[in-house]
Ligand binder design. Sequence first.
Ligand SMILES: *Cc1c(COP(=O)(O)O)cnc(C)c1O
Length: 393
Amino acid sequence: MALKFRYSERLKKLPPYLFAEIDKIKRKLLQEGKDIIDLGVGDPDIPTPTHMIERLYKAAQDPKNHNYALDAGMPELRKAIASWYKKRFDIDLDPQEEVLPLIGSKEGIAHIPLAFVNPGDVVLIPEPGYPVYFSSTVFAGGDPYFMPLLEKNSFLPVYHDIDAQELKKAKLMFLNYPNNPTSATCDMSFFENTVEFAKKNNIIVCHDAAYTEIFFDGKKQPSFLQAGGAKDVGIEFHSLSKTFCMTGWRIGFAVGNPDIIKGLGKIKSNIDSGIFQAIQLAGIEALERGESDTRRFNKIYQERRDIFVEGLNSLGWKAGKPDATFYIWLKVPPGYTSSELAMVLLKECNIVCTPGNGFGEDGEGYVRFALTRDKGRIIEALERIRKLHEKRS
Ligand SMILES: *Cc1c(COP(=O)(O)O)cnc(C)c1O
């Protein structure tokens, strides 16, 4: 007879999975042969550009790339990351000390609290937010403290609202701009205030910059490290996933304060053994020659954004056009909760979106659409929503 297994306390602390019901119905509809338009996951439909694939293909054939990689990443990759940062943000980074390649930025975000957070330490987490900030905190034995991102505050945390007792125990904070799920952006003055706040309260800042390259109308987004003194307090996580449509490749990086980078590196060298070198070489290809690809992606997302937002607005469903990210954070029309709207869209329109409360309590009242399906599907989705709207009003 099999032993009886019990999950660890840390696993028991994870919140219940809110999308189980939606997943179940989605599976059932798919089985019935329904034509589902999935605007749920933030995973681009656009294929990885050919030159990255060619680079991988060539590198995979070279036996030199078949061994364990260096934990800290190939020197060439670290240099390419530093050069990319210099070119994009005009920030100087030491490729040895201030750059760390990751197996996707999620990996680094999941591991960073293990390096700096002790049981009883508080971690400040934006909410609604990317769920990994919470789970990584809990896995390290830390206590999550949520900073609400509210529309009336332009979806920025309000530092002076943080409970004074909790603030004393705070060790680390996560931030994410351009933001998932709200698609909000921030300016340099917010990052400068953040540096000041972090210095005053002795808090490590971990800025998740997964979407700095997905911007529209030429509105380039800042890096946290551009704020004066940022390198004294924090690091920034970046990802090749969204920037170069390489989600499945698993490559990202952390840059910034050398002591923080070193701590993360120590954790990692005890857990993984680096990124497959052929993928690192494809990553270099992306960083050195992928800018025009990103520009092309952004044109595509911008067109989808315009079509979708204008379509929703014509139905009286008020949404703004975000300056960055491929998400539309829609305030649900009166009469629905987040889950109710998501369920109606799924059952009656066969459209998948994500209920906002899945990203935290303050996400209630919103749903998130990921514009990761092509223009034709976006137009089809709007058509279905229009029919639903007519039926219901
Ligand atoms: C997609 C995403 C990531 C993870 O990216 P990977 O590099 O693929 O792990 C991190 N943070 C946010 C907010 C994201 O949306």
